[in-house]
Design a protein around this ligand. Structure first.
Ligand SMILES: *[C@@H]1O[C@H](CO)[C@@H](O)[C@H](O)[C@H]1NC(C)=O
Ligand SMILES: *[C@@H]1O[C@H](CO)[C@@H](O)[C@H](O)[C@H]1NC(C)=O
Ligand SMILES: *[C@@H]1O[C@H](CO)[C@@H](O)[C@H](O)[C@H]1NC(C)=O
Ligand SMILES: *[C@@H]1O[C@H](CO)[C@@H](O)[C@H](O)[C@H]1NC(C)=O
Ligand SMILES: *[C@@H]1O[C@H](CO)[C@@H](O)[C@H](O)[C@H]1NC(C)=O
Ligand SMILES: *[C@@H]1O[C@H](CO)[C@@H](O)[C@H](O)[C@H]1NC(C)=O
Ligand SMILES: *[C@@H]1O[C@H](CO)[C@@H](O)[C@H](O)[C@H]1NC(C)=O
Ligand SMILES: *[C@@H]1O[C@H](CO)[C@@H](O)[C@H](O)[C@H]1NC(C)=O
Ligand SMILES: CC(=O)N[C@H]1CO[C@H](CO)[C@@H](O)[C@@H]1O
Length: 782
């Protein structure tokens, strides 16, 4: 059937282009700046100015008023970080006291305040993804943002929505929510809204930052293994894949009102992300109508004039290109327009004004208290339950033979594995000797893994390790604990009722993971399982962890992917293992049977061949087919599919009801008014699905109902809705899924627009991408 396009093509975004000459090899050698600006990305100039879209109007007008009183030197100071030995901030912007601007503190990172005292360690991004709980994502962000604010930070350097998880071993996948753009985007939306009640959210890393290997050139800040090559890896992404996968969660973030976006280290189409005019001026500031400021990743700026003109608004942590009068001079000689500098400063002030003025930081605290300070307890006692529940809901039960779980007051419990106890020295946000830039990455890490390493790590108030929590529970139940957390091949007490092995899979910023399953941990598991008929495995995994070396062992009765729960790791695990709450986490990624099942998406691209301007190249030729879309396309059966997770009851799905929202809405010309996130009509609800889910088992549990759609000419199933509700035994709940124009559309590269195609759209609702319980179809016709 010939598919036609409905209601499209009127929203073409007009971009003003001008071309500039490409440097010759001789010019490249002679001019380093030109060398870095070498690109194969489309030029999009001039940089769109902030316009006060939507509810930005007041902040925008206020910012214009403030900026109009500044000299160019002062404006430049708003765009360049400075360092102060007095502050613990990751980045600082100077104050302008006369105008009531206190300066700004930009602080790591998206999972909790890093590197200071009196703060909390929240569950990490991957754990939030595994919880599939939007409300919990919002609540976490609300409390977390408040901690940043109380510490005097104005900008939180998170959340992470890139990497998206294209590369299975990528070192920072755990900082983001999921390998699916829809799930990631929906949780990013809630997170941005929650954070911005207190601080500016800085959504990162824009864009195509899918690997750590060769992320930066040698010698530059954040530079890693690229010792022989000139430039960082280039993510070469076609227009359709960009829109349907990598840009998608950034679009949700801008739609949520994000005040800041961080440009990534990598290149995109051979042009550095922080000077890529197509990505910044084109996609972000024109198409998505982004009103905030773009800040470079730390050291991710590689040119002065080119980056300013391409849409970078702030350089961190400092800028040899812009400071010391360089940017002022570039404005004076016309290389950068006065408008552009004004816009840079206006965007910075507007975001600060809208979300992060600390005039009244609450609790009567001074601003920028990350500077030498009296003890400031940033924690809200009311956050306790959110931190705990966030930890509970990211646990995914993947194997449970004959109801081995929940535990029923076992008499003799034996505990094994290096991950069962806290470390003997406090690791303080995992910033030293536990990741960090350029640190050696081990596959595993001593001590229970509650967060990953590098700038996305956080600082716990305490660590409740599994051993602590099981000790407490043994006291309550009168159980006896036997333990050996040190041995690689422990001797098992033959009288054990249950043996629990704690292992982990470590990952950190700065390097990609060496494997998806390490031998030491696998041997440990097998050694215990060989001696204990009721062996359970708990994995704190900072990313995908394969289990096929032992998953079919007859003595392994239960397996939990425990992800990165934050400071309440132990008690949240006990909550689930003893059935006080039934497990409700679902995998936000696909677990393969073997590494090679990920194909070319297992490992990062590494440079090969002769060194030239183009190395290393990462061609995203698989398009949108990553994670479950790739497995389904190649007809590979995974070990545990996307969306999978067991619980202690059973659910029945009935009464799927599919309605197009109004009989004629799809024929109306879409409203092309650009709001934050793109044309407003992208969020029109075109169809609604309803389904009834009944708890047919014995205990209460939360069910995550998932809706997948087959969009004509796309992957057969893409996630386009989910909901999570706790249902009592014998009770039913209705799940309602709204499908927007964007959810059902495809990106058309010719018209440069989202288009709704005529045709039939299969709809599947189920417990995972492969466990579909009920289905139907939506039809859009001419
Ligand atoms: C990258 O190149 C592809 C292929 O030419 C193009 O479709 C896409 O729009 C480009 N993206 C950027 C950001 O330059
Ligand atoms: C800009 O920042 C520099 C470096 O911190 C400082 O010395 C200078 O006084 C500032 N200039 C203005 C005009 O505020
Ligand atoms: C790039 O690397 C090559 C080979 O190491 C070296 O000869 C060349 O000078 C480098 N170019 C730049 C601009 O750093
Ligand atoms: C303008 O000034 C900048 C900054 O000093 C300099 O890099 C650039 O070469 C100058 N351009 C011209 C055309 O003079
Ligand atoms: C874990 O700690 C033990 C004892 O301190 C040490 O021997 C071992 O090398 C550590 N292992 C790792 C992976 O750091
Ligand atoms: C399972 O555990 C029992 C001890 O309870 C042991 O005798 C048996 O060999 C184990 N099975 C395997 C396959 O190792
Ligand atoms: C990536 O694509 C470019 C342009 O088509 C091609 O020259 C290059 O060989 C490809 N690189 C890899 C590693 O496939
Ligand atoms: C069809 O569109 C018209 C014009 O927008 C509107 O008044 C009418 O209510 C719509 N009909 C339905 C069934 O939604
Ligand atoms: C190879 C290529 O496409 N290079 C482009 C680099 O950017 C300039 C504009 O800055 C374009 O004119 C070139 O075509």
């Amino acid at each position: 059937m010939q598919l036609s396009i409905l209601a499209a093509a009127t929203c073409v975004v007009q971009l003003a282009n001008f071309a500039s000459a490409e440097p010759t090899a001789k010019e490249v050698a002679a001019n380093l700046e030109l060398f870095w600006s070498y690109n194969r990305s489309d030029p999009v100039y001039p940089s769109p100015k902030i316009s006060g879209l939507g509810d930005w109007e007041f902040a925008y007008l206020k910012a214009v008023e403030i900026v109009s009183q500044l000299t160019n030197e002062e404006k430049v100071n708003l765009t360049v970080g400075y360092s102060s030995e007095l502050t613990g901030c990751s980045g600082m912007i100077q104050s302008i006291p006369d105008l009531g601007f206190d300066g700004m503190c930009l602080q790591d990172a998206g999972n909790g305040v890093r590197g200071t005292d009196m703060v909390s360690s929240y569950a990490s991004g991957i754990h939030v993804g595994a919880s599939w709980n939007k409300q919990l994502a919002y609540d976490r962000a609300l409390y977390m943002g408040a901690e940043f604010r109380r510490k005097g930070a104005n900008v939180i350097l998170g959340p992470v929505v890139g990497p998206l998880g294209r590369v299975a071993t990528s070192g920072r996948n755990w900082e983001g929510f999921s390998s699916d753009p829809y799930l990631t985007g929906s949780l990013a939306y809630e997170t941005v809204v929650g954070l911005q009640k207190n601080v500016v959210a800085c959504v990162k890393h824009y864009i195509g930052n899918e690997q750590e290997t060769n992320r930066s050139p040698p010698g530059s800040y954040g530079g890693t293994s690229a010792t022989k090559y000139n430039a960082s890896v280039s993510a070469n992404i076609d227009d359709k894949t960009m829109h349907e996968a990598y840009l998608w969660p950034f679009q949700d973030s801008v739609h949520a009102g994000a005040g800041s976006i961080m440009g990534s280290y990598n290149r995109v189409n051979n042009s550095y992300a922080c000077q890529n005019s197509k990505a910044l001026n084109g996609l972000l500031k024109t198409e998505l109508g982004f009103q905030g400021f773009v800040v470079s990743d730390w050291g991710g700026q590689h040119t002065g004039i080119a980056s300013a003109n391409a849409g970078l608004d702030m350089a961190m942590p400092s800028s040899s290109y812009w400071e010391s009068g360089h940017l002022v001079e570039a404005v004076n000689n016309g290389s950068v327009s006065q408008d552009r500098l004004d816009d840079m400063a206006t965007r910075v002030i507007a975001a600060w004004y809208k979300y992060a003025r600390l005039d009244d930081p609450g609790n009567g605290m001074p601003s920028n208290v990350l500077e030498a300070h009296d003890l400031v307890d940033a924690r809200d006692p009311a956050s306790k339950n959110t931190i705990f529940q966030g930890a509970v809901e990211g646990h995914v039960l993947v194997k449970n033979v004959d109801n081995a779980l929940p535990l029923k007051k076992p008499k003799l419990i034996s505990l094994y594995g290096y991950d069962g106890i806290a470390t003997d020295t406090e690791i303080q946000g995992a910033s030293s000797g536990f990741g960090g830039f350029g640190g050696d990455v081990a596959a595993i890490s001593n001590g229970t893994l509650y967060t990953g390493g590098g700038s996305g790590s956080n600082t716990p108030s305490y660590i409740d390790a599994p051993f602590n929590a099981f000790s407490q529970k043994a006291w309550e139940d009168g159980s006896f604990l036997s333990w050996d957390f040190a041995s690689a091949e422990p001797n098992v007490n033959a009288e054990s009722d249950v043996c629990i092995v704690f292992i982990n899979a470590y990952a950190t910023e700065g390097s990609d993971r060496p494997n998806l399953a390490d031998k030491y941990s696998d041997n440990l598991v097998e050694s215990v399982a060989d001696q204990c008929a009721n062996t359970m495995v708990v994995i704190h995994n900072a990313g995908i962890r394969l289990v096929d070396n032992w998953i079919d062992h007859e003595n392994i009765t239960a397996v939990i992917m425990a992800h990165l729960p934050g400071q309440d790791a132990g008690r949240s695990l006990v909550e689930v293992m003893y059935g006080k709450q039934s497990p409700s986490g679902r995998l936000p990624y696909t677990v393969a049977k073997k590494e090679s099942d990920y194909g070319t998406l297992l490992d990062p691209t590494t440079p090969e061949g002769n060194v030239d301007l183009y190395y290393s190249q990462s061609n995203f030729t698989e398009g949108v087919y990553i994670d479950y879309k790739a497995f389904i396309k190649s007809n590979i059966t995974p070990r545990y599919e996307f969306g999978f997770g067991l619980t202690y009851t059973t659910f029945e799905y009935t009464d799927l009801d599919l309605q197009t929202a109004s009989a004629n809405q799809s024929y109306l010309p879409p409203d092309c008014t650009i709001a934050e996130g793109g044309p407003v009509s992208l969020w029109d609800v075109l169809a609604t699905a309803k389904v009834t889910v009944t708890n047919t088992g014995e205990v209460a549990a939360a069910e995550v109902a998932q809706l997948y759609v087959g969009i004509p000419n796309g992957p057969p199933k893409v996630l386009r809705g989910y909901g999570k509700q706790t249902i009592q035994p014998g009770q039913s709940a209705e799940y309602v899924f709204d499908l927007t124009r964007r959810d059902l559309s495809t990106w058309d590269t010719v018209t440069q627009n989202w288009v709704l195609q005529a045709g039939s759209y299969p709809v599947y609702v189920g417990k995972s991408v492969l466990d579909i319980q009920i289905g139907g179809a939506l039809t859009f016709t001419n």
